[in-house]
Design a protein around this ligand. Structure first.
Ligand code: SF4
Length: 442
């Protein structure tokens, strides 16, 4: 059976898709790529914004047009929140979020899929590498106990539930056997890992570093509160990557209060101080919402000042859009679009400055880089690119050596500034480096 898998949204959706891909392959299915024939379509939807729901429907319709005789299975947050709307689209099976970890056996039974485990070839990361991915997202937990006023995820994904440490390590072992060098541990509330099982994120990381051979372990987004004991000491292991994405959302306490966020600016600043003291050369990035209801000029000025004072390595900037079903969508004083745009531009300028400052601090250092391919596609091997432990993108002058999926020491020599281009790509900066040692061909 040929299965076409597709997803939108967060890394957790991506991790779930990778898990389904391996489960289908283990049952003798072949994973179809773009433009290839398929007998079954599986879509993992997103509902973080109303726009994401619209895109989920659009993706589903496109795949149904491309594969008119295929059966359709739909899961994800849009299913949990907008089931009736998706039901209209003639899908054969809807798998709500609470059951999505068992989507493959559920689909096999509900649709009487003629799966042939005996025909299975070793499930591999082929699908992952085929998508030019050298790192795999690994789901560690789902759900969240908090109620941030702008967030629909907590409603769509429900209460916190953690996968067992053994199950996660088994999955990583399989990925390592398939040649994956780096895993990204991801969840809705990663710091809450084990809240339902008595384990903790520190225990999980300790086990992954001790019991698996994976070369690099990276953490996905981690809410800036509730980090377990011994967390910082774990970064003494060079296999745990020195990058933390800590969503701040705003730099004004009065606004954080309206967002119902657990972490105010003073706590955030203390957390960053502790992190930097514990982890050398740690890249800290964050999420920021622009134009949250009632965001005053004074609150905006506080946000700009606080963000600059923290000195993030990069910013992910989101323009607030009311998400039906959230408390914030009902709040008064929604910020006009032109004000959001102006503030967004201001924050992008600050983001570029902060990133450039952080990149400049890497000059002259030697860092291990996982090579992920060529900036201008296969065939151009003069330059390849990859990421440092701090998740900084580096263009590496490799002189023609094929280094895909290899981890090599790179001397950071320059910061490349790329102006905004005709494709409306915003200006950006990237590191340039050379292999710090002679490359031994494999
Ligand atoms: S902690 Fe994160 S996932 Fe949970 S409600 Fe807040 S924003 Fe949503």
């Amino acid at each position: 059976m040929r299965v076409r898998l597709s997803t939108l949204g967060c890394r957790l959706n991506e991790a779930e898709l990778a898990g389904w891909s391996r489960a289908f392959e283990a049952r003798g299915c072949r994973i179809s790529g773009e433009g290839e024939a398929a007998d079954l379509i599986v879509v993992n939807t997103c509902a973080v914004t109303a726009e994401a729901v619209r895109k989920s429907r659009k993706l589903l319709r496109r795949l149904q047009r491309e594969h008119p005789r295929a059966r359709t299975v739909v899961s994800g947050c849009a299913v949990s929140l907008e089931q009736e709307q998706l039901g209209e689209l003639g899908v054969d099976l809807v798998v709500p979020n609470r059951d999505k970890d068992r989507l493959v056996p559920i689909a096999q039974q509900a649709l009487a899929l003629p799966l042939m485990p005996e025909a299975a070839t070793e499930p591999g990361a082929a699908a992952l590498f085929a998508r030019g991915r050298q790192r795999a997202f690994v789901k560690i937990q789902d759900g969240c106990r908090y109620q941030c006023s702008f967030c629909i995820t907590t409603r769509a994904r429900g209460a916190e539930r953690s996968r067992s440490i053994a199950e996660i390590c088994r999955e990583i072992d399989q990925l390592v056997a398939d040649g994956v060098q780096e895993v990204v541990l991801t969840g809705v509330h990663a710091a809450g890992y084990g809240s339902d099982s008595g384990a903790s994120l520190s225990e999980l990381l300790t086990a992954v570093l001790a019991d698996t051979e994976v070369a690099r372990v990276r953490l996905g987004s981690v809410e800036p509160w509730g980090l377990p004991e011994r967390f910082w000491a774990l970064f003494e292991n060079p296999r745990l990557m020195s990058h933390l994405h800590l969503p701040l959302q705003s730099g004004a306490d009065s606004l954080l209060k309206r967002m119902a966020r657990r972490c105010k600016t003073a706590e955030f600043a203390r957390l960053v101080e502790t992190a930097r003291a514990a982890v050398p050369n740690l890249t800290i990035t964050t999420d920021l919402i622009v134009g949250f209801p009632g965001e005053s000029d004074a609150e905006w000025a506080q946000t700009l000042a606080f963000v600059e004072a923290i000195g993030f390595g990069d910013l992910h900037i989101f323009s607030y859009s009311p998400r039906p079903g959230t408390a914030a969508a009902e709040m008064p004083n929604q910020v006009p679009a032109e004000v959001k745009r102006a503030r967004g531009r201001e924050l992008h300028v600050l983001a570029r400055q902060l990133k450039r400052t952080w990149l400049a601090r890497q000059l002259g250092s030697v860092q291990s880089v996982l090579i992920e391919g060529s900036p201008s596609g296969p065939g151009n091997r003069e330059n390849q690119f990859g990421y440092t432990p701090g998740y900084l993108s580096v263009r590496v002058a490799t002189g023609g050596a094929e280094l895909n999926n290899r981890i090599i020491p790179v001397r950071i020599e320059q910061v490349l500034d790329r102006p905004a281009d005709a494709l409306d790509q915003p200006a950006d900066s990237q590191l340039l480096g050379r292999p710090a040692e002679a490359i031994n061909p494999i």
